[in-house]
Design a protein around this ligand. Sequence first.
Ligand SMILES: [Zn+2]
Length: 138
Amino acid sequence: MKVKLANGKGEVFNLENNTARVLIAAGTLVEYVAPTKPPRIGITSWKAVIKPGIRFEKESYIEPTPTIVASCSMCGGAVTLTGRNAHKTQHFLHCGLDECVPADIARQYEGLYESLKQKEKTREQSAEVQKPHFIDIF
Ligand SMILES: [Zn+2]
């Protein structure tokens, strides 16, 4: 067992376990426990973005989607979160951590949904204005 003098003087040395325990009990020695290294945890970068829509064919289209992207500087872990409640229900697991979406990113994510809703409303209104008007001639 690794021990050192109870008064803190001198260096750490090895001593047979039974002898060490007797001297520790007598107060002459203390067991030496090596300091543990702090865990290596990366810095997570978060962002809320709108993933652009994709048009495959005339009839096939994927809508633009608010998306949360997170990545870790240490382990290289990365995640893409989507869905109306992704900022409330989904987490980023890496480096032994279970991270929730930070509040500022959650607010940005909500804002992206609102801006898409506003754009859709504006598009619907302008489509109504551009509708051809028919005049009944009968
Ligand atoms: Zn990590």
